[in-house]
Design a protein around this ligand. Structure first.
Ligand code: G6P
Length: 443
């Protein structure tokens, strides 16, 4: 039997040991024969450190999985079965700019929301679309599984602007939310089921079940009374206003704090900003520590310190998805796919994050109809932002980018949008070739 070939682009990421661990755990049902870790020449040193750790992990586990390391993406992609993308265009230095520049204007600085999310998308989408073109030529039957952020917006661009049809966007957040609910109820996560629907980092748990019995109100009561944290490592765990969370009646995701607790979140970010720290710098330090550990020739497992990253456990999402596609499991997982009418009010060709039945032919979204009226508007507004941002990323059209910035709910005015856009276009110009030579309308 041929065995599976997986190619991971951005393989030098500190998250890669998670993926390797997940593949080792599932080896019996998911016999991966070749794992190709690909990075750009600037990331070669990290690639080699992570690659060596991956080889030690595989050797310790005694599974016959070959680990290949390369900076030649096209060489790696040939005849791949699954391609995963986990890239950060501009590295953490670019993330620091995405977080800092908006704060100068009194606006939330975050890598997947608001102006930061827009610029991360503008930098990442052209690279992902290039990868899609390579996939089309070199491994047209492969599934593309993207974790690169902003994952929803990247999926939106891939679905609308690439020839690839076998594409799925993935995030660790739904799994993290399920684990938090399990912690709240003091039960194992496999007893919890949540009906998720919305967009990436804008997803809601519409109904929550414990052993098949609905417990939504019980969970919301626990959250309202501040029983336990319900967030991820990169987002402050502010208490929700009790009456609000009960009135909402559905489970928000941690990123909703940027929209429903904007002032508090901004004040918190400004405190750090004044101390000259943003999440990018915290992560830079964490990465330094992780790579020190990874270098140790005696380390042959995923170190627990990796759990300090916001994306912890993403491999569970990734490996379960690959496993279910490969084995036609028909189980339910939450992924980013083409809406196809599953959520009314969102265009059919747009990406949504929603529970899907995972088959060998890909995820089949489970229709939820209309979202509850109180959240419909925000979700649609973010989708308008995402569609406009994706178009700006593909065309390099200044006015489209300005529109995307101005309609984002975290941006307070058209004038602030323009100022931030101009400053961020300049700050990131090395990674925005599609905007080259373009000036603002007033310049
Ligand atoms: C969350 C999100 C991920 C994101 C991560 C950032 O878990 O779901 O999409 O990548 O946080 O974590 P970091 O440790 O880089 O701040």
């Amino acid at each position: 039997m041929k065995g599976i070939k997986i190619v991971t682009i951005g393989g030098g990421s500190s998250y890669t040991p998670e993926l390797v661990e997940g593949l080792i755990k599932r080896y019996e049902t998911l016999p991966v024969r070749e794992l190709w870790l690909v990075d750009i020449p600037k990331g070669k040193e990290k690639l080699e450190i992570v690659g060596a750790l991956a080889r030690r992990m595989v050797e310790k586990a005694g599974v016959p999985m070959e680990i290949h390391l390369t900076c030649d993406r096209r060489e790696a992609l040939k005849d791949a079965d699954f391609v995963t993308t986990q890239i950060r265009v501009g590295f953490l230095a670019a993330r620091a700019k995405d977080e800092r520049i908006p704060l100068k204007y009194g606006v939330i600085g975050q890598e997947t929301n608001g102006p930061g999310g827009l610029f991360k998308a503008l930098r990442t989408i052209p690279v992902i679309l290039d990868i899609c073109r390579d996939i089309e030529q070199l491994c047209p039957n492969a599934w593309l599984i993207n974790f690169s952020n902003p994952a929803g917006l990247i999926t939106e661009a891939v679905l609308r602007y690439s020839p690839i049809r076998k594409a799925v966007g993935l995030c660790n957040l739904p799994i993290g939310m399920r684990m938090n609910v399990a912690r709240l109820l003091e039960v194992n996560a496999d007893r919890i089921h949540i009906d998720f629907a919305g967009l990436n980092h804008m997803v809601f748990g519409l109904n929550i079940y414990l052993d098949g019995k609905e417990v939504t109100d019980r969970v919301l009561d626990l959250i309202a009374s501040g029983e336990a944290g319900d967030t991820v490592k990169n987002i402050p765990d502010f208490q929700w206003e009790q009456d609000f969370i009960k009135a909402l009646g559905i489970l928000p995701c941690p990123y909703h704090r940027y929209y429903y607790q904007t002032k508090q979140m901004l004040d918190e970010q400004l405190k750090d900003y004044k101390r000259n720290v943003t999440r990018a710098e915290v992560v830079q330090q964490l990465e330094k520590e992780l790579f020190e550990l990874y270098r140790d020739p005696h380390l042959n497992i995923k170190p627990p310190q990796l759990e300090k990253r916001g994306g912890a456990y993403y491999s569970d999402a990734a490996c379960s998805l690959i496993d279910s596609i490969y084995n036609d499991k028909k189980d339910i997982q939450t992924v980013n796919v083409r809406n196809n009418g599953a959520i009314s009010g969102i265009p059919a060709d747009s990406a949504v994050e929603i529970n899907c039945v995972i088959t060998k032919d890909g995820p089949r979204p489970i229709s939820v109809g209309e979202l509850p009226v109180p959240v419909q508007g925000l979700v649609q507004q973010i989708k308008s932002f995402e569609r406009t941002a994706a178009e700006a990323a593909v065309t390099g059209d200044y006015h489209k980018a300005l529109l995307a910035m101005a309609i984002n709910p975290l941006v307070p005015s058209d004038a602030a949008a323009k100022q931030m856009l101009d400053e961020m276009l300049e700050a990131h110009k090395g990674y925005l070739p599609q905007f080259k030579g373009l000036q603002s309308a007033n310049a």
